[in-house]
Design a protein. Structure first.
Length: 136
């Protein structure tokens, strides 16, 4: 099982992103079931469409949003039920500098038993027990 982060999805859908090539290579393994079930948090979806609207345009953001919401291989995870767990991870993170959304990703990964997070955010490397995709 793998949890998607916005940095990974934005890099894949934005050819101008410095991580686009790495995201494209890793995305094929992720989308073909190489990590099993794919989870997309509501909070992460919000980040993705906001960043793509700002860096590209509204049309790109809406198109990617429709793809993500319509993808049968991606499970959309509403965040209200994990809010308190996410806040606990955020509150107790120590030196990792996770945003609240990133803390929610860690909380869901732990709750659901995910082994990996698809991201380019280096702060996740400070979280024990999770593999980062693509690797360093």
């Amino acid at each position: 099982m793998i949890v998607l982060d916005s940095s990974f999805v934005v890099a894949f859908h934005n050819q101008r992103d410095t991580h686009h090539a790495a995201a494209s290579k890793a995305f094929h393994r992720v989308s073909n079931g190489g990590w099993g079930e794919i989870l997309l948090l509501e909070y992460v979806f919000l980040e993705i469409v906001a960043v793509l609207a700002a860096r590209r345009d509204l049309g790109t953001a809406v198109s990617v949003g429709e793809i993500l919401l319509g993808a049968r291989e991606i499970e959309f995870v509403p965040c209200s039920p994990v809010f308190l767990d996410a806040y606990q991870v955020f509150r107790e993170q120590g030196e990792s500098h996770l945003s609240f959304v990133d803390a929610a990703i860690v909380a869901v990964a732990r709750e659901r038993g995910a082994e990996a997070i698809a991201t380019f955010d280096e702060d996740f490397r400070r979280i024990p027990g999770l593999e980062i995709v693509p690797g360093a």
